[in-house]
Design a protein. Structure first.
Length: 206
């Protein structure tokens, strides 16, 4: 009987210990589960925050790009609205001095420069450009221009003709930002009787 009581007592103690261990295990699992849930929630919160920041950055970049594009379009529209500018020179036959003028134009072109010079009677009426292009000749930025035969005015004296050529040359050099001009008349070298521009010669700013 005494042994039975002892055995029962030991069994009861064993059961109590087992129950206690089980309860501790459950509590630990519950705590771990709670910690994992908290960490998951924090991770989701961080990811959501990063996603929002990324969206905000993308929105800001898109707005900046649109603003930049709008600015570029405005600048292009200014040019299209006749904001181009040409420079041309007139001369005084008495003082033999040139005077610089600036004029708004629909575009920067040799044709518009010639029109301005014709209106100022530097060139005679009917003068026009056949073709023109900017090229680099031996490392020098050069405007190669071919004009029609009206460019040559045989009624001018040698001094007036020199001033006319200077006005024409300076106008093109300043307008097109080149260093020299190659001039031909209907594909041939310029020749008026007073002045001859040989093949390979270039007009410079004076």
């Amino acid at each position: 009987m005494k042994y039975n009581k002892k055995i029962k007592g030991l069994l009861m103690v064993g059961i109590l210990i087992t129950s206690t261990i089980s309860m501790v295990g459950c509590t630990t699992n519950a705590n771990n589960s709670s910690e994992q849930k908290t960490q998951t929630e924090e991770k989701n919160t961080n990811e959501s925050s990063e996603s929002k920041n990324s969206e905000n950055n993308d929105t800001s970049k898109e707005a900046s790009d649109k603003e930049k594009e709008s600015t570029q379009n405005n600048e292009a529209n200014k040019t299209e609205s006749g904001k181009a500018e040409i420079t041309y020179y007139t001369y005084d036959i008495n003082s033999e001095k040139l005077t610089e003028h600036k004029q708004k134009a629909d575009e920067v072109s040799v044709g518009n420069v010639i029109k301005a010079l014709v209106s100022e009677k530097v060139l005679q009426k009917g003068t026009d450009v056949n073709k023109a292009k900017v090229e680099t000749v031996d490392g020098v930025r050069t405007l190669i221009v071919d004009v029609n035969d009206k460019f040559v005015n045989f009624d001018l004296g040698s001094s007036a003709e020199t001033l006319m050529l200077r006005s024409f040359t300076n106008s093109l050099i300043k307008t097109f930002k080149v260093e020299q001009v190659k001039l031909t008349v209907d594909g041939k070298s310029y020749s008026s009787g007073h002045i001859v521009i040989k093949d390979g010669e270039y007009l410079k700013f004076k």
